[in-house]
Design a protein around this ligand. Sequence first.
Ligand SMILES: C[S@@+](CC[C@H](N)C(=O)[O-])C[C@H]1O[C@@H](n2cnc3c(N)ncnc32)[C@H](O)[C@@H]1O
Length: 288
Amino acid sequence: MAELSSRPPGVSMDASAVAQIELDLLLEAIFRRHGHDFRSYARASVERRVAAFVASKGYARISDLTADVLHDEARFAELTQTLSITVTEMFRDPYVFAALREAVFPVLRSWPRCRVWHAGCATGEEVYSLAILLHEAGLYDRSTIYATDFNDAALGVARRGIYDAGRMRDYAQSYREAGGAKTLGDYYLANYGSVAMSGALKQNLTFASHNLALDGVFGEMHLIVCRNVLIYFDRELQDRVFSLFADSLVRGGYLCLGSKEDLQFSSAASRFELVDREARIYRRVADR
Ligand SMILES: C[S@@+](CC[C@H](N)C(=O)[O-])C[C@H]1O[C@@H](n2cnc3c(N)ncnc32)[C@H](O)[C@@H]1O
């Protein structure tokens, strides 16, 4: 006769442990069905966002959402928007842009070409910000700027370069703090509550889909800007991305991270040297 202790494991699990299994299965379903890999994202943040999505859509449990993610493209697209946090602004942390101007631009000037990669560019504000400073430093014409994200809706906004006029006053202040030489208004046309970034700034910009969790090297870059993206990744995925960046940079090329991001303890740390701790700017050194 079967002992009580021979019951299959899991029968007495509490609801939160079951929800963890459901979350694992949801992330696995997303990966296998759609190729987006959220399995290596910081767990607490994914958990919070999925729970809010489940509640807002009226699902009783995560498993019900999993069924829709497998069979309903529109629902999957909505969930992706929730899991991809696209908050951004122009000249965010102006001291970082000032540091790029002061420490990195002089070296960029010494190279005949300048290839820049903004990884996780969201809706593009950061990209136009750097393009403006490159223009003012006389470096824009020799620059090719690739701006990538895995969120196609955000990339669409970035390509159009049309933003809410209401935010421009704050952005103008940050532009001045970043050391902007002109007036921010010189770089856009205002029209009924929105502004359109100048076509001249778009000439050397290419926006493209690229998934840092899955896709490969984006080669021969002189500067990679990837800010406020890696905070959402777990350690293993961060290591993958740091190696990807090291492989994508020319020797002496620069990497700029977000204020809460650090490659000090990553497996790729020895491939970089620190240039500016506060601005999180690193330089690619030769492999030993
Ligand atoms: C908070 S925004 C940062 C925007 C900008 N870099 C900044 O600092 O203002 C994070 C961006 O990373 C993107 N992202 C998240 N996971 C990604 C991945 N695996 N591959 C590419 N982009 C990703 C999101 O879609 C989002 O647009």
